[in-house]
Design a protein around this ligand. Structure first.
Ligand SMILES: Nc1ncnc2c1ncn2[C@@H]1O[C@H](COP(=O)(O)OP(=O)(O)OP(=O)(O)O)[C@@H](O)[C@H]1O
Ligand SMILES: Nc1ncnc2c1ncn2[C@@H]1O[C@H](COP(=O)(O)OP(=O)(O)OP(=O)(O)O)[C@@H](O)[C@H]1O
Ligand SMILES: [Mg+2]
Ligand SMILES: [Mg+2]
Lengths: 256, 256
């Protein structure tokens, strides 16, 4: 069976792309067949895996607007068992063009039916907004993994995001669960970080992953080499923390 | 006369809100009359200045959708000469509702005509996207101040953003200029930061501000106290760097 996990948070810069790339790559290293879908017009998951965004002629846009089959858009990556559906700036038009499409909120869900059997995990990197691209993803997903930076504004927005997920569950996708809340860019020397971790553990103890992603230079350097951190520097704290996260998610899934 | 400056970048988490709040407050400290407009549904500029987002009953939403006069929405802040037009999650509906409005790209521009005379600067904090809220802002603005984090993905997105600004200039707002590119979260111990600064100085030397904002704990702590950093800790490097930026922008404006 295939599990579809959305990486979403409307707050910008919290580590959605860094998590999408490195969590997927870590699952692939653990011998799971994984498909990463970039549904952000910025195309950071696409370039972060070494693909030239300007040379992607068929992207997520075509799946949503031109009924292109996902199998015709899928690319192999440098990581064994990890495939990618790329995106680029063309996707920016999709939000407006989807408005007039019948069942516009379920276009992605319908499209993924044809490829689910080939993968054990499908991970989707969302843009920093709650528009039709993110709604389509939430409707197609089994669960949502929520990266939260250890900062004030990121914590403040968490309640609103959980509220939106509840609304999606009530009106579109009754099976949508929260896979977990992932604390990112944790800096042990920083007081505010400790306060945010304490607050989130108090309010959301059930959902928070025990794996915490530290602020780690290898994670911000790796994308400039087009590689996930497990290929760039597997000994780094960044790589180890995402391998740990993949293990934690796989263990939770095996218990379900 | 009044200068309207958009703080915009579709990349998330680059310091748009931190810049909008602290640049505005620094201009006010320099005795300029300033209006800060929060046009992001996240409402971070609103809460970062100490306002409870859930208690804002008239917001930017009402100006865009209900033709409310800006004067009826403006709130005084703790900083002398700095006023705010607040926002909250209600604004999320505006992007869809604006679609059917006549001249939907110019609603904000028309609305601001009635208050421009009361301010020397109007600063607008944009969401991390290039949708109708950001387009409305770019059409209402004289210039765009672009915060760029010293990171790979933020640098990668800069070319796309400058392209979008050029398109807006050609089709909607011929006067739109780039106020400048502001390097943020600079960490002198981090090699990648130095590389990004070098690259941006090479490709965009005309646009880059000489003021650089360092990564500084006071900047991330101040919003949890609802204060701009000049009120939270004026001696901090964060406060000093935004006072320096305000000075640099005012000097550029006086030469125009
Ligand atoms: N744990 C970490 N340590 C150091 N740097 C990190 C870490 N996680 C992410 N980064 C860096 O922080 C920046 C923001 O992360 P990223 O782009 O993954 O966030 P995002 O949520 O996908 O942003 P957006 O909202 O624009 O999609 C990037 O430059 C990334 O390289
Ligand atoms: N120079 C700095 N030093 C330390 N922390 C900073 C600095 N600038 C911003 N921050 C922190 O980094 C995070 C991102 O900044 P901010 O929210 O201002 O970015 P943004 O571009 O407005 O994000 P969004 O795309 O979600 O609107 C915030 O938690 C903020 O407090
Ligand atoms: Mg991203
Ligand atoms: Mg912001």
């Amino acid at each position: 069976s295939c599990k579809i996990i959305a990486i979403a948070n409307q707050k910008g810069g919290v580590g959605k792309t860094t998590t999408a790339i490195n969590f997927s790559a870590s699952l692939a290293v653990a011998e799971k067949r994984v498909l990463l879908i970039d549904i952000d017009p910025q195309g950071n998951s696409t370039s972060g895996l070494g693909f030239d965004k300007d040379k992607q002629f068929i992207t997520t846009y075509d799946i949503l607007i031109n009924q292109t089959r996902p199998a015709d858009v899928i690319q192999k990556t440098e990581v064994n068992r990890l495939d990618l559906i790329p995106s680029n700036i063309n996707l920016i038009g999709a939000e407006l063009e989807l408005i007039d499409v019948k069942d516009r909120e379920f276009v992605l869900k319908r499209a993924l039916e044809s490829v689910k059997a080939n993968y054990e995990y499908i991970v989707v990197d969302c843009p920093p907004s709650l528009g039709l691209l993110t709604i389509n993803t939430l409707n197609a997903s089994d669960s949502v993994l929520i990266p939260v930076q250890c900062e004030y504004y990121a914590m403040e927005g968490l309640g609103q995001l959980l509220n939106t997920i509840k609304l999606v569950r009530q009106s579109f996708n009754p099976n949508l669960k929260v896979e977990g809340i992932l604390l990112t860019m944790f800096d042990s020397r920083n007081n505010l970080c400790h306060q945010v971790v304490k607050e989130i553990n108090e309010h959301f103890s059930k959902e928070v992953f025990s794996s915490i992603i530290p602020r780690n230079i290898a994670l911000s350097e790796a994308p400039s080499f087009g590689k996930p951190v497990v290929l760039y520097n597997i000994a780094s704290k960044g790589a180890q923390s995402y391998l740990q996260l993949a293990k934690e998610v796989m263990e939770r899934c095996s218990r379900e």
